[in-house]
Every structure is written in structure tokens, then in C-alpha cells.
Design a protein. Structure first.
Lengths: 309, 382
């Protein structure tokens, strides 16, 4: 196990190093200058500005400095919000994004699981078809379309909930539901398949044959075994939620990392783009790593397969 | 009666000639793999509906823009933000396709409201119809529903904008269908490129095995760790948004899923007896790959590609949404939705049509892909 974790961590660092390198050189290829917004600058002023941000040095030196700084957790200073550290800005904006992501993940998993269990227990009935239909819809309809519908009908037309901003529990309901559609769909499908498989296995038949209470069999024997593999979908879901976050935060004007990222793209704020990219990648890789390790601990059969595949 | 039918007498039988060849004869028509799958697919109602929806949308994407005389980039400041109006459906008011805008205003008196309505709609009295919902009393304000006939007010009674027009007076019917065309084009192109690269990479990696496989898999392991969101955004930033650059950005990490699936299956297949038999008979590597391994993974390739396409459509729309989409006057479903979002509380019809179409495409592709998975590979059925 220790060897497996170590191997995975080494891969994580190689991947992060490559992302940092690639994003650094891509940024250097970018059209447009970060100082274009500053109005007309004289040659001299431009030189001074470049020197201040270290942009006058040769590219290899800039690259070396960048990597050393990143390794120490220093992502540079933002061009956009003068002289604020990128890492500080990210940490400041992270709160709402994490809240939204966690809420959507939690809500989505719980609702999805319930739907999946209901579908499996009432296999091939109206409930099953309804839940499957909901899963297809949730997986297919883009989050921005769904968010737009919620915002228009519930917030604007009916006025039940606020249409934008992030200032309290009431503000969190619509964005959470909009973002949770995908987790609901994924969890429901996955849970249904797993539950059907477990309920069809021999030990369930044995438990039933012994005359155990059928509710007890379904929930104690069946559910326990069906829930474990659900951990594997958390990784991909977290990634989908990050993508969704960018959109939902913009639609509902939530002051989070996603909104900030879109802003930094439109203003050519290189350090901010690179910093956020690296941070996203780190978060993504870290979540996948934790999920894989957790799964390896819970179900030792995975470790063997994971090592070989 | 049933008994009658079961009465057999001798002369109803005739002896047959027994021959070796007859035993080998096939009594049913031989079905190829695809025919067999088609029979299974036909039984899946959802998948067939999905297929029909896709055929319809595909047809409209190709011919829709030519169905009226407007172009997707022609601007006219006189006809901005005109709601949809359709011949024949214009008299059914609840459909919202009558080219009129309706608003309920509240104020102190009915007369004052009529003045206000002229100002709100920026129009002349003869084009406004008013319906008093509630007269002003001592406790309550007056409520009047006004309906403005925009087509008459703008002097375009003879025109029909089936989906309305946008902020710049461009016909949304034409824009929506040409946008659908571009979205589908990008998605299908990206999925095809993913397929080609993925199949070759996965096939080579698995078939040659050993050190080649080892190195190729290390590369995949590193690439798979990079979130494609990040890759796509970085690539678009560098390449400048356009049809080709969006397609390239989508394919950079898109092929990895296909490569992994193909590798796993080829690894399993290549050690089976029929491959060994073929090799014993002296087949070359390329013959084994093309004649034995590729046909056995065809189903997987089709299924995987079908699942890639809706993903690509979503990502293209997503890019438009964060400001990295196609540049005007070109439109895709994503840019149309993004534009409509800017004013959708006043002009919701602009958002409705592209949203419905993109949702239909996504649902149809997912349902069809599910059906194809069951039809092409019954073992994978959930």
C-alpha cells in the first residue's frame, strides 16, 4: 500500500510540474500584453513596469524563477488587482466556490442515491423508469440551460428566491440545485446498477432464505455493499463540478474562484490565469488521489488491479 | 377445433432425401453483426426516438437556414428584439408566436397607465390593445394588461421571424440553425479525431506490449491527470477562438478515454485462440490488427464516439459561456445562449430556442448511445 501511495504521489508531482511548464510557455505565446489596459505608456514606463514584474529577463530565467516560486507556494502577483498576491486572492475567493461545490456534491449524492435505491428496489416499475428518465435528463441538459430556467421561473417570475449573489442560505438554494443535477444523475445511475447487482447476489438470497426481514436485507446487507463503489464516481464528479462552477458562478454572480478566473481570462492577467490553472489542477489531482487511496483501503481487491492496469 | 388440426395421416408426409450437405445448410438468412445490432436497436423505443430527433435536427441544421430569406449576419436596426411570429400560429395567443409583447402595468388610474404604456413600448396608440384587469379603487392600484403589436408598429406586417430577432436585428431562425450546424460540426469533427488517435494509440500500445506499451502508458498516465478543462482553456487562449482551434483544443486530451478502452480490450483479445490460430497460419501484424482485432472492438469504438459527441457539444457551449467561444458574426448554440443570457429577463424567447435544441441534442445523443451500447454489445447491458 505504501508503495502504491508513494508511486501515485510521484506521478502527481510530475503531472503538476508538466502543467506548470506547459502553462508557463503557453502564456508566453499569448497575444496581447497585460499592460494594454493601462492606457498610453511611454517606452520608459513600459520598461519600468516590465522590470517590476520580472518580464524583462530572458525566458529561461523567468521560467526558472517561476518554478522555484511555485514550489514554495508563491504564485506571483496579479496584474489586475495591483500587487495582491495570487495565492492570497485565490484563498479569498475559494470560500464560496468550495461551499457551492460541497453543497452540490452532498445534495446530489444523497438525492441520487435515494433515487437509485428506489429504482433498484422497484425494478422495472414506474418508479424505476421515472428515475432513469430523470437521470438521462440530468446528465444531458447543460447546467447553464437548467440554471437559466431556474433563475427565470423561480427567481424572476415567481420571486421565491433571490436571483443572484451569495449572501446567505436563501441565496444558495438555486445555484446548488442547478449544479447538483449532474451529481444526482450520475449517482442515481450508478447506485441503481450496483444495487441491482448486489440484490441479485448469492448472499442476499441466503439472507432471504434464512427468513430475515426483507427491509433489513435490502438496507443492511444490500446497501452497505452497493455504496462502497460509489466512492469511485466522486473523483470524476468533482471535476465536473469544477467546470460547472465556472458557469453557475457567472450566471448567479457568485464571487468565487470561477468568476474570478473568467475575469482574469478577459483581462490577460497572466499570473492569475496560471495560478488558478495550477490550483485547479492540484485540487483535481489531489481529489482523485484521495479517492483512489480511500478506495484501496476500503476494498483491497482494487489495489492489485490498480497496480497492474 | 384444435383436435382436427392435429390429425395427421400418412399421405401428408413425404420422405426427404438424407444427404450430408443438407445438414450444413442454413435455414435462416445469415445476419451480419450490424444487421443483428440493428434488429436489437429497433426494439429500443427510446433509442429510436433519439435517432429520429437527431435526424430531424441534422436535417434542419443543413436546410433550416435556407428556409427563409434572411441571412445569419444581416443586421437591421429597425427590427431589433422582435418576438417570434409564425404563419398560422399567430392567432393562438398562448403559444407566444404571435409577434406581440404583453405586459401588465400597475398605476393610479387607467388613463395614466395608457400614457405609461406608450412610453414603455416606445410605440403609437393605435398598435396597443389594453385590457383592464382591475379599475383603481381606494385601496388598490389599477392593473391593465397591454399588448403591443410590434410587427405593425415597426411596419413589418408582411415579415415573419419564426424565432424572432436578436439585439442587432438578425433573424434568429437562421442563426439558430446555422449555430446548430456549427455546434454539430465541431462536435462530430472532434469526436472523429479523438476516435482515430485513440484507436491507433490504444491499439498499438496493447498489440506491441512490452516496453512500447510501458512508455505509452506512462505518457497517458501523466496526461490523464491534467483536467481537460484546464487544457482546453489554455489552448483556446493561445490559438484564438475559431472553429478549428476549438476542435483542436477539444481533441488534445479527448482521445485518452478511447485509447484506454481500446488498449484494455485489445490486450484481452490478442491472447485469444483465434488470434493465435491466425498467427500460426502466417498472418502479418497488420492483417491481425485490421481483420481480427479492429472488427472485434468496432462496437466499443462506436459507443465511445457516441458518448464523446454530446460531451464535445457541451464543452463548446461552455467555452462560449466563459467568453472563449466563436467570434461574431459566426454563431454556435453556445454563443447564442450566451448572447441571450445578457437580456433574457426582458426577451426570454431568445434563450428558449437554442436552449431547447441543445438540450434535445444532448438527450437524444445520450439515449441513442445507451441504446447502441445495449445493441452492439449485449454483454455490457446494465
Amino acid at each position: 500500500m505504501a508503495k502504491y501511495i508513494l508511486q501515485r504521489i510521484i506521478y502527481m508531482f510530475i503531472t503538476l510540474f508538466i502543467i506548470a511548464t506547459v502553462s508557463f510557455f503557453l502564456m508566453k505565446l499569448l497575444p496581447g500584453s497585460p499592460f494594454a489596459m493601462e492606457g498610453k505608456l511611454s517606452e520608459e514606463q513600459l520598461e519600468l513596469m516590465k522590470a517590476r514584474y520580472g518580464l524583462d529577463q530572458p525566458i529561461p530565467v523567468q521560467y526558472f524563477n517561476y518554478i522555484t516560486n511555485v514550489a514554495q507556494g508563491d504564485l506571483g502577483v496579479s496584474f489586475q488587482f495591483d500587487n495582491r498576491e495570487v495565492s492570497t486572492l485565490i484563498m479569498k475567493k475559494l470560500g464560496p466556490s468550495l461551499q457551492l461545490g460541497a453543497l452540490a456534491l452532498g445534495f446530489g449524492m444523497v438525492v441520487g442515491m435515494l433515487l437509485g435505491i428506489a429504482a433498484a428496489i422497484k425494478h422495472n416499475t414506474f418508479i424505476d423508469y421515472g428515475s432513469t428518465f430523470l437521470a438521462v435528463i440530468g446528465k444531458s441538459i447543460p447546467s447553464f440551460v437548467f440554471a437559466g430556467m431556474l433563475q427565470y421561473y423561480i427567481a424572476v417570475k415567481l420571486g421565491w428566491l433571490p436571483a443572484a449573489f451569495w449572501e446567505g442560505p436563501r441565496y444558495m438554494i438555486l445555484p446548488t440545485i442547478a449544479l447538483a443535477m449532474f451529481p444526482i444523475a450520475t449517482a442515481a445511475r450508478f447506485m441503481r446498477t450496483e444495487m441491482l447487482e448486489v440484490l441479485g447476489s448469492d448472499f442476499i438470497t441466503t439472507a432471504r432464505a434464512k427468513g430475515l426481514n426483507s427491509v433489513l436485507v435490502t438496507f443492511k446487507h444490500g446497501l452497505r455493499n452497493a455504496v462502497i463503489p460509489l466512492i469511485t464516481v466522486v473523483g470524476p464528479l468533482a471535476v465536473a463540478l469544477m467546470t460547472g462552477n465556472l458557469v453557475i458562478e457567472n450566471i448567479f454572480a457568485i464571487p468565487g474562484l470561477g468568476e474570478q478566473f473568467v475575469k482574469s481570462i478577459t483581462t490577460n492577467d497572466y499570473p492569475m490565469i496560471m495560478g488558478t490553472t495550477l490550483f485547479f489542477s492540484f485540487l483535481f489531482i489531489f481529489i482523485v488521489l484521495v479517492v483512489d487511496i480511500l478506495y484501496g483501503i476500503i476494498d483491497p481487491r482494487i489495489r492489485l488491479a490498480g497496480g497492474k492496469d | 377445433m384444435a383436435n382436427e388440426e392435429h390429425k395427421y395421416n400418412k399421405d401428408r408426409f413425404e420422405p426427404i432425401e438424407i444427404s450430408e450437405e443438407k445438414g450444413e445448410e442454413l435455414s435462416r438468412p445469415q445476419l451480419s453483426y450490424l444487421q443483428d445490432s440493428w434488429i436489437r436497436l429497433k426494439k429500443n423505443k427510446g433509442a429510436i426516438i433519439g435517432l429520429l430527433i437527431l435526424l430531424f435536427i441534422g436535417f434542419m441544421a443543413i436546410f433550416g437556414p435556407y428556409m427563409n430569406n434572411y441571412t445569419f449576419k444581416e443586421q437591421d436596426s429597425n427590427i431589433t428584439n422582435v418576438p417570434p411570429r409564425v404563419q398560422g400560429l399567430e392567432n393562438i395567443s398562448w403559444l407566444g408566436l404571435d409577434g406581440k409583447e404583453t405586459e401588465v402595468l400597475e398605476g393610479e388610474s387607467v388613463e395614466a397607465l395608457k400614457e405609461k404604456a406608450l412610453y414603455v413600448f416606445e410605440t403609437e396608440p393605435e398598435f396597443i390593445e389594453s385590457k383592464v384587469i382591475q379599475e383603481a379603487t381606494e385601496d388598490e392600484m389599477a392593473k391593465v394588461e397591454f399588448t403591443n403589436d410590434i410587427y405593425a408598429a415597426r411596419g413589418i406586417q408582411d415579415e415573419y421571424y419564426w424565432f424572432g430577432t436578436d439585439q442587432l436585428g438578425r433573424d434568429l431562425w437562421t442563426r439558430t440553425w446555422s449555430g446548430t450546424r456549427i455546434s454539430l460540426y465541431i462536435a462530430i469533427l472532434a469526436a472523429t479525431i479523438d476516435m482515430v488517435i485513440g484507436v491507433i494509440y490504444g491499439g498499438v500500445s496493447a498489440y506491441y506490449g512490452g516496453r512500447v506499451d510501458n512508455y505509452m502508458q506512462r505518457i497517458v498516465e501523466i496526461l490523464v491527470g491534467i483536467p481537460n478543462l484546464v487544457v482546453v482553456i489554455l489552448m483556446i487562449l493561445v490559438l484564438e477562438p475559431g472553429i478549428l482551434s476549438i476542435t483542436i483544443a477539444l481533441t488534445i486530451t479527448g482521445w485518452i478515454g478511447m485509447a484506454r478502452v481500446i488498449r484494455g480490450n485489445v490486450l484481452k483479445l490478442k491472447n485469444q485462440e483465434f488470434v493465435l490460430a491466425s498467427r500460426t497460419l502466417g498472418s502479418s501484424d497488420s492483417r491481425i490488427l485490421m481483420k481480427h482485432l479492429v472488427p472485434n472492438v468496432t462496437g466499443l469504438i462506436i459507443i465511445n464516439t457516441m458518448f464523446t459527441i454530446p460531451g464535445a457539444i457541451f464543452f463548446e457551449a461552455f467555452l462560449s459561456f466563459i467568453g472563449l467561444g466563436l467570434q461574431p458574426p459566426l454563431a454556435s448554440l453556445g454563443t447564442l445562449i450566451d448572447d441571450a443570457f445578457k437580456s433574457f429577463q426582458i426577451y426570454p424567447y431568445m434563450l428558449v430556442f437554442p436552449s431547447v435544441i441543445i438540450s434535445l441534442i444532448m438527450v437524444a445523443f445520450n439515449v441513442l448511445a445507451d441504446g447502441l451500447r445495449d445493441a452492439l454489445d449485449p454483454k455490457m447491458r446494465e
